[in-house]
Design a protein. Structure first.
Length: 501
């Protein structure tokens, strides 16, 4: 099935109702692995952060990471889940070359958190995504396939294995079937992963950087004929690693499933690979059922039984959750839901609030992050937070504008200098000579010269056409290289021409 053979999205939705299930894996930001004391720090030489336990060597015994358990409970509480009074780990048996033990230590039918929900906003409508469970497990190692054109194992000449990541703590968050989203299914999926990422970051349990693999989404999708009750056969698109790609994967699979079904074909229950370059998916392998993994209780780990007092202590220490915080800030900033969604989509909320904490007014902080800086981030193809400018520096630009040292044009040039690595705002202003011309004598001379050079326009202004003053203001601004206060220049022009403003 190629992209050109897909059913149109509109036609697919006219005939079928999409059903989704989203499985999100989050790498926890613990200092050590889930079942041993090996470091989780990034950037180490391959296979230098390993030990007999995470390599699965005979005689080694695992020990549960207490911080990993605490993080799992925090996530469960933030997702309005019930926290198990007693749960245990299980062995999930399958062969992956980058899983040295030949099984994954996970949780199966006894997760630490279950029966929760997360509300998300899509175009002003609230969708409640129900959470089936959030369970603890460990990550696999990393395979690098060398040779070939795709970077995948097929066609590669050989593969390299790095076990540094094997054993890093993971939380897998699994939704219940998401029904009723209809044509908004792709947007609901994206909104859910977006909201979940913000929640995870707010808890401080992970940076949740999808581009670094710290958060990954498996997209399960099936179609059922409109009005039917029985779910269709699902496909699972694995390891989707950006918010935009989650939306694209759902949309593509809806169109692909519809094309297969309309042609009288049968959907194969399988895992699929997502391709960023064109938003398509391709077949990976037939999807296993739970019994294929031969789950059984992990004999080397004792059950986990979180004390109720500890759970309630963690509940009491949860931060203000992102949705609650957003609604509060939206009211404080006087924004519409659409405007606040734009701020969220840009990843600017924390940057704006941090800039306000440094002394900038809310409207000015929002103006620069959502205007000039968002434009630069888009041009450079980076996240807003990745720009080489800090909230403190943006706040300083706001102060310089407020005190009259800079106008908007000069402020943009100052920001440009900071982004170029020329120093902080004050250094850029000094080095580039960007300060507003505030000397009344120099401004008066520039105004006199503009009036003399544009006598006809001056006569129009004297005759009552005050709007024509804009042309003289422009002439003065050009003469001062944009370093004059335009409002003050206009006042001087009208004063010299004897006209009321």
């Amino acid at each position: 099935m190629t992209v050109t053979e897909l059913v149109s999205y509109e036609d697919a939705l006219a005939t079928y109702d999409p059903v989704m299930g989203l499985e999100v894996h989050v790498e926890l930001g613990t200092k050590t692995k889930m079942f041993c004391g090996c470091s989780t720090a990034l950037g180490a030489e391959p296979n230098t952060q390993t030990c007999p336990t995470c390599l699965g060597l005979p005689g080694s015994l695992p020990v549960v990471n207490a911080t990993g358990v605490e993080s799992a409970i925090k996530i469960g509480l933030a997702l309005h889940c019930e926290i198990a009074e007693w749960c245990r780990f299980a062995r999930k048996n399958y062969f992956y070359p980058d899983m040295p033990k030949n099984f994954q230590t996970s949780q199966y039918d006894e997760p630490i958190a279950f029966n929760g929900y997360l509300d998300v906003d899509v175009d002003g409508e609230v969708f409640r995504v129900e959470i089936e469970r959030a369970h603890m497990e460990e990550d696999t190692g990393k395979s690098t396939h060398v040779g070939g054109a795709t970077g995948r194992i097929h066609g590669a000449q050989h593969s390299l294995l790095d076990y540094n990541r094997a054993g890093i703590p993971l939380i897998e968050i699994v939704t219940k079937p998401i029904v009723g989203a209809g044509e908004k299914a792709p947007e609901v999926a994206k909104a859910y992963v977006t909201e979940l990422r913000e929640l995870i970051k707010s808890l401080g349990v992970s940076e949740a950087r999808m581009e670094m693999g710290q958060m990954r989404c498996d997209v399960n999708l099936s179609l059922r004929p409109q009005g039917a009750d029985k779910f269709g056969t699902r496909s699972e698109t694995k390891n989707v690693n950006s918010l935009r790609s989650v939306e694209r994967a759902v949309r593509f699979e809806i169109q692909r499933h519809a094309a297969v079904l309309d042609d009288g074909g049968t959907i194969v229950q399988e895992t699929r690979h997502f391709h960023e370059e064109d938003g398509s998916t391709t077949s990976g392998r037939v999807k296993e059922e739970a019994e294929d993994y031969r789950y059984f209780p992990e004999p080397d780990l004792v059950p986990v039984a979180p004390a109720r007092a500890w759970v309630e202590e963690l509940r009491g220490g949860l931060p203000e959750l992102p949705r609650v915080r957003r609604n509060r800030l939206r009211e404080e900033w006087g924004l519409s839901r659409h405007e606040m969604q734009s701020v969220l989509n840009a990843g600017a909320i924390d940057l704006i609030t941090a800039t306000m904490d440094e002394g900038a007014p809310a409207d000015q902080a929002r103006k620069w992050w959502m205007g000039e800086l968002a434009r630069r981030a888009n041009e450079d193809g980076v996240e807003l937070a990745a720009l080489p400018i800090t909230p403190a520096q943006v706040a300083r630009v706001c102060v310089l504008v407020k005190e009259g040292s800079l106008n908007d044009k000069l402020a943009r040039q100052t920001i440009e200098g900071v982004l170029a690595g020329e120093g902080g705002p004050d250094e850029v202003v000094a080095q580039r000579g960007l300060k507003v011309v505030s000397d009344e004598g120099a401004l008066g001379t520039a105004v006199d010269e503009a009036i003399a050079a544009n006598a006809a326009i001056a006569d129009k202004i004297r005759g009552g056409k005050v709007a024509a003053a804009g042309a003289l203001v422009g002439a003065v601004m050009k003469a001062t290289r944009g370093q004059a206060d335009a409002a003050r220049v206009r006042e001087l022009i009208l004063e010299k021409l004897g006209v009321e403003g």
